[in-house]
Design a binder for this molecule. Structure first.
Ligand SMILES: C[S@@+](CC[C@H](N)C(=O)[O-])C[C@H]1O[C@@H](n2cnc3c(N)ncnc32)[C@H](O)[C@@H]1O
Length: 318
């Protein structure tokens, strides 16, 4: 049997793929950065538009994407590099080394391979070690978070990142249970969450542990902090006319991207009652289109994971 890290039929399906290719519109000779390589679905489409001329720089903090990268590299004569690390750090380093890009993609969140491999500990549906690190060498996993945070911190995380209505009851139940035995496995945690919420709420939308698992994952991987740091670095790297596309799956991520685009296209930051501009700030980015692009009903029917996707695109002003 093939080791599970090799590409399989159940690989991640790229979300909003046609829209990404149309909006990033890579042309031969350009430099494209895919900050969230995953299974390389978007990268493969973008690479094919470069027609062997130009460069593709792939980034991922999960080293298990390497076989996917190798597979793509074997299929093209394009110059390609895979940089392992957190995208905001890698983009900052590339930028300070003078690397410039024509198109940058961030397809946020986790991949299907990460979610579907029980040993990664992302899933509430399968019992596995509690982990949730996208980068398995990172120090801090969901195990430490769940066993070491105080009750109030846990409740805040569940509320903020999971919009969990029963955040306080769940946090209290976790702290009570870990007093006798620390959490080691996703199954124990999912059971504790289920038992902590009122019986009618257990039969609401989806699995009762879904929102708490999402919240833990966002916190463990500092997902929002990474986006906040990456956007200015990406903008800095873009050449005039360069395109930045970000796909978010969570309203807090989308808000960060939207506010960043608004700020960068705003230009003047003088108070509105100033008769003339004294700050001299010019718009540096144009959001195009103004609103987020959402997947079609047909795409959601084919790939239910696309349901909450929102794509925002900015073009650097030349
Ligand atoms: C939604 S998947 C991308 C799928 C990819 N677009 C494709 O078509 O296969 C997100 C990927 O980005 C990586 N990732 C998420 N946040 C990251 C970050 N801050 N730095 C580096 N990689 C990150 C994850 O490890 C995962 O492999």
């Amino acid at each position: 049997m093939l080791p599970s890290v090799l590409p399989t039929e159940s690989d991640h399906v790229p979300v909003l793929a046609d829209e990404i290719v149309a909006r990033l519109d890579p042309r031969p000779g350009e430099t494209v950065i895919d900050g969230t390589f995953g299974a390389g679905g978007h990268s493969a489409l973008l690479a094919s538009r470069l027609k062997g001329q130009g460069k593709l720089i792939a980034i991922d903090r999960d080293p298990s994407v390497t076989p996917y990268f190798d597979r793509l590299r074997r299929s093209t004569s394009l110059k390609m590099r895979l940089l392992s690390g957190e995208f905001s750090t890698v983009l900052e380093q590339l930028s300070s080394n003078g690397v410039r890009a024509d198109a940058i993609l961030l397809d946020l969140g986790v991949s299907s391979m990460q979610l579907d491999r029980p040993e990664r500990g992302f899933s509430y549906a399968v019992d596995a070690p509690l982990d949730m690190r996208m980068d398995p060498s990172a120090e801090y996993s969901a195990r430490e978070l769940v066993n070491e945070s105080d009750e109030r911190e846990l409740a805040d995380i569940f509320k903020r990142y999971g919009e969990e209505r029963h955040a306080r009851q769940i946090a209290r139940a976790i702290v009570r249970r870990r007093g006798s035995r620390p959490f080691e496995r996703t199954g124990d945690l999912a059971e504790t969450i289920k038992a902590a919420i009122p019986a009618p709420a257990r039969f609401g939308e989806g699995h009762p542990a879904k929102r708490v698992f999402q919240a833990l994952r966002i916190e463990v991987n500092d997902e929002l902090g990474a986006v906040e740091r990456a956007l200015p670095a990406a903008l800095e790297m873009l050449r005039p006319g360069g395109r930045l596309a970000v796909i978010s799956f969570h309203s807090l991520e989308d808000r960060i991207v939207k506010q960043f685009l608004r700020k960068q296209e705003g230009g003047c930051t003088c108070p509105p009652d100033f008769p003339v501009c004294v700050c001299g700030s010019e718009p540096v980015l144009r959001a195009s289109p103004r609103r987020a692009i959402r997947p079609s009903a047909a795409e959601v029917a084919r790939n239910p994971r696309a349901q909450s996707a929102r794509l925002r695109v900015g073009i650097k002003v030349g």
